[in-house]
Design a protein around this ligand. Structure first.
Ligand code: SF4
Length: 183
């Protein structure tokens, strides 16, 4: 079981849970494969290379409505324009990317932080290798889904056995945990 004192849910874990609860379960236990670390490191490199003069990394903490501590380590935040950026190398997990970014927007929302004109912050997914961006917003219907995801991740933390493998094995081929799941 994960220690209650050290338990904080972050955006990457939320994204993992959207992709595959089993992937989140491995990560909750500190199992972090080299390929995953490489992907994160590459994302940082892309971020620094493509947006060297842009605004800085930002860390935000908040509490979910059920009291769960939340943390967001945001790639870049343009506070003047009210935009949070998340840099990714490819779009194969774009739904998870959107939820990771919505999670960060939620943390600002939970802290009552808005743009200077009172409008909510926006998110922007940046895919520099694809020369593409996507705007992500936090809508009322996303709030309940984020709460459900946090509750599901909390439940995973107490679960002794991992959730089942994905039925769509094609995604697993890109996952660093494939050997652990099918080896
Ligand atoms: S290999 Fe497939 S089932 Fe296993 S953690 Fe990765 S995505 Fe999930």
């Amino acid at each position: 079981m994960i220690s209650a004192t050290s338990f904080r849910i972050g955006g990457m874990l939320v994204g993992y849970h959207r992709l595959c609860p089993r992937k989140a379960w491995w990560s909750l236990r500190g199992i972090w494969m080299e390929q995953e670390s490489d992907t994160v490191a590459l994302g940082r490199l892309l971020d620094q290379a493509a947006y060297a003069r842009a605004d800085k990394h930002l860390q935000v903490e908040a509490e979910a409505p059920d009291g769960t501590p939340l943390i967001g380590k945001i790639d870049r935040a343009n506070l003047r324009e009210g935009v949070l950026h998340e840099t990714k190398k490819g779009r194969s997990c774009e739904d998870a990317h959107r939820w990771q970014l919505r999670f960060y927007l939620w943390l600002l929302h939970r802290n009552g932080v808005a743009r200077t004109d009172g409008a909510p912050f926006l998110g922007q997914l940046d895919y520099p290798l694809l020369r593409r961006t996507e705007t992500v917003t936090l809508e009322a219907e996303h709030l309940a889904e984020l709460e459900r995801t946090v509750a599901a991740v909390r439940q995973l933390a107490t679960q002794q056995t991992p959730p089942p493998v994905l039925t769509k094995r094609s995604f697993c081929k890109k996952c660093a945990f494939e050997e652990l799941c099918y080896g």
